[in-house]
Design a protein around this ligand. Sequence first.
Ligand code: SAM
Length: 639
Amino acid sequence: MDLISAQIEFDDQGRLVSTAYGDIYFQPGQAVSESEYVFLHKGGFYEAIESGTDVTVAELGFGTGLNFLLSAKAFVEKANPGETLHYIAFEKHPIRAADLKKIHGYWPELSTVSDPLRDQYPLLTQGIHRLHFKVADRNINLTLVWGDVSDWLPDMPFQADIWYLDGFAPAKNPDMWADLLWKPIARNTKDGGRVTTFTAAGAVRRGLITAGFDMEKTRGYGRKRDMLIGTIQQNAPRNPMPYDAKSMPWPHVDGLKKVAVIGAGIAGCALADALTRHGIETHIYDTGDGPAGGASGNPVAAVYPKLGVITSPSDRLYRQAFTYARMFYGQLPDSSFDACGVFLMDRNTDAQTRHQKISERIADPALARYVETDSVTGLDLKQGGLWMEQGGTVCPPDLCRALIKRAHQTGRLHTHYNHKVTDLAHLGADAVILANADGINTFAETDHVPVEAVRGQISRWPATPVSQHLKSVLCHKGYITPCKDGAHIIGATFDKGASADHIATAADHTRNLEQLFAEVPELRADTDATRLAGRRAHRTASPDRLPYCGPVLNSNEFEHTHEALSQDATTRFDRLPPYHTGLYILGALGSHGMTTAPWLAEVLACHLAGVPLPASSRHLYDLTPARMAVRQMIRKNPS
Ligand code: SAM
């Protein structure tokens, strides 16, 4: 199972109780003052705000979000305008949104921060979920890690100023206070960073001392005699850059001021938005006379996660990228997102089994659930399928324009249209991100990065009396979108190679129609393919079908490294060629760019801005373009 949500109830004294752990979240009447005392006051949060810089807090046990809400409210009231609170919280059993609404009702004074939290509250699926909101010109970046802290923390690349340790009592919740956590906590603490917790348990104190904290007991809240606070020792053994699950740290660009983005499709536009939001001057270049000239120029694209029957790099990516995209489109004015739902029809028994298995492992039915017979698309198909009610469509050109518009509003975006970039060195940028689809490997620096182009044609099919009832996206072997302005979009063909232009052919319209009628005979209707409108474009993919997001290896050293490796295969990860400082790729988004681009752009922008990423080092390894070189090495040196 993906994850199990919190099992909670209010007892007869009005306390919120976890029935699974046999402990309480809070006592009515004293919850706020206890949290303020133990975490914000004793933990040094108020002092950190006074330092006049961004503050990063990490919390074990998000629960009701009370510690977060109090911290965010204090930050909004006391921090300087423009500053950012980064708050990363781990939670194994998240509270369901409906319960949270009731609980937050106890604290109406926190509604300026609790309302936006609930508006963006992520689906209950394992992963790292990023929320961002602005209140009174202060930025709140909340990263909710749904999952067991011991699974996630060791791979998390961030450094906190303050740690709030707020599991249930150690005797009732031993896995939250396990010895194996102390080292990752110390490793993810900045110089001078602090830790605070309500417990005074000796094992916790000893564990944190061993990991490198100076610990002291201090007066606890109310009738509690003691609690613990600590400060990281100067010489504590810490991992300076924890992006290194596979010894492949992403390089930092010191003193980064200006970034150039090549390509103004969905990848480039999402980057322009994310980079400027993180305060970075951004220059975007495109050969077209505006955004969305390539595959992002299609009038409709579906947004939904490609889920797997087991956890895999792809499943890991899509669950959290989709959750992010939903939140993101909900916040973006004029995003064009239409939450019509997406139905993956059981085309055959294999698909049926697959859909059922996916549904069994997904905890949140809003992410995906199996329906026996179609009661969701409006067509009453006899087949069942996987229903993703939060999926939908966007109009990619409108979406790209909305992103560029928001980026312009920051005053940090410069657009360079009708501009073909041929020489990266002459852009005068501290970092360059290649987001130009199948052009990403057309530069000398990137010619070793494998890229495949796949042509696809979509057709605009006039609605019929039957088809007009379609309310959601229906995916069969291809797909059909709900009727808009009298027609559906059907697609798409799938042929290797790039397309030179966007001109649709009658032959490919016929293929789209034949596929639709074969898969969904209920929709069969006489149609003259020669009269259909449509558009041809190509998507770009990597050999393993996962996107590229990350730095680029220095290709000149590539062959040389192979030689070195064949002599000493054991250290192969250390022998990777160095990276090109400041050169990155965001691309190979295939047919799912509208689902993945916002989250991928946020990952890269956070890396460049030097702030906590909404990703673990496992994600970074799955996505880094250098994975191709690593695999090649493993094939050559399997030992
Ligand atoms: N800080 C919370 C608040 O402000 O409401 C209260 C946290 S409550 C005392 C402890 C939380 O830790 C629970 O929500 C529980 O589900 C979570 N938890 C317990 N074990 C965990 C684990 N191994 N990993 C992540 N979270 C865990």
